[in-house]
Design a protein around this ligand. Structure first.
Ligand SMILES: *[C@@H]1O[C@H](CO)[C@@H](O)[C@H](O)[C@H]1NC(C)=O
Length: 327
């Protein structure tokens, strides 16, 4: 099924339950859910952000880890089972220019009995992954690291982008483990999950043969203000219409999946330009994806904000071509 993003959003709703935000929430629209998800996140960030710097002798932030949880700050998170917990997940999220390091401490689980703690490099829901397999530097099986098969020499796992996930299963009450989470600066962020409902971002791929995606998991109005190929502003020779034969381009993708590979291209840009391109995308997920051949320093700048209820209604009523409402 390709409706996992709404499953995903349901999961986030469960997260919201923990915060009692649900009380004030009208359950009708995914954008509403996501809006509350982001306000939840922001309140978590405000509440949990602690000023202490490492190496200044200050205490690390500490709190219990819940079976379904969202963690956006550095610190130590301890899970203690009061009963068997067979299906738990923690979403980890950092700033766009950060990666996340997970360190295992004092793990007391029954690996032989089928317990596990697995870090996933990205977010995954029902097989849909961010970043998609196409855009991630590692093959899929290497993105899962299970504590139980890590060996004793290694105790940390590091993500390749600003999101990661921890899955865990424990069969026995009293089992416990502690995760220490640290964020590290990522000088060349590639794949990014937006942390906020509006913002602006400049994606740069410095002469590397790779593809990068910036994902916004709610309907947005987006302005692509600039796309440039290299400092000489080359206009590549094109023999075919559109961007089909261009090794360097920016795609705007939309759809109702978390996985970039399952999204539909809305527009392609492959000639350097400045000047705004405005677009409204009434989808659960909007992605700016840059394909880079490695020949140029590619750069794209864009800004975005969440569509309000009124705009969504208008698109739904007036735009028969909008594919996100039609499938
Ligand atoms: C980047 O994406 C393009 C098309 O989407 C694909 O053909 C190419 O193999 C990808 N490059 C890398 C390095 O993954």
């Amino acid at each position: 099924s390709n409706v996992s993003i709404s499953k995903f959003s349901k999961q986030l709703r469960v997260l919201l339950l923990f915060k009692n935000i649900l009380k004030e929430m009208k359950i009708c629209y995914i954008s509403t859910l996501n809006h509350d998800f982001y306000s939840f996140l922001n309140s978590e960030l405000k509440r949990e952000t602690s000023p202490q710097e490492e190496g200044q002798g200050e205490e690390l932030y500490r709190r219990p880890l819940r079976c379904l949880d969202m963690v956006a700050v550095d610190g130590q998170f301890t899970f203690t089972a009061d009963r068997p917990q067979l299906s738990c997940a923690a979403f980890l999220l950092a700033e766009p220019d950060q990666v996340i390091e997970v360190e295992y401490d004092s793990v007391d689980i029954d690996c032989r009995g089928g317990d596990f703690i697995t870090v996933f490099d990205g977010w995954v829901m029902k097989g849909e992954k961010f970043p998609s397999s196409q855009d991630h530097p590692l093959p899929l099986h290497e993105r899962y690291v299970n504590y139980c098969s890590m060996g004793s020499l290694r105790t940390t796992v590091r993500s390749n982008q600003n999101v990661a996930m921890v899955f865990f299963r424990v069969h026995n009450a009293g089992s416990s483990f502690t995760l220490t989470l640290r964020k590290h600066v990522n000088p060349f962020p590639c794949n990014v999950m937006s942390q906020t409902p509006e913002g602006s971002y400049t994606m740069v791929i410095p002469q590397q043969h790779r593809n990068c995606s910036f994902s916004i998991v709610y309907p947005v109005a987006i302005d692509i203000s600039e796309f440039s190929l290299g400092r000489f502003n080359n206009v590549p020779k094109r023999s075919m219409p559109g961007c089909a034969d261009s090794g360097d381009l920016v795609q705007l993708l939309g759809g109702n999946s978390l996985d970039t590979m399952k999204l539909v291209p809305i527009t392609d840009v492959c000639v350097s330009f400045t000047g705004p391109t405005h677009m409204k995308v009434a989808c659960d997920n909007t992605v700016v994806r840059m394909v880079s051949s490695g020949t140029f320093v590619n750069r794209v700048s864009f800004s975005y904000r969440m569509l309000d209820r009124h705009e969504l209604q208008n698109i739904k009523l007036n735009n028969v071509e909008d594919f996100c409402f039609n499938n």
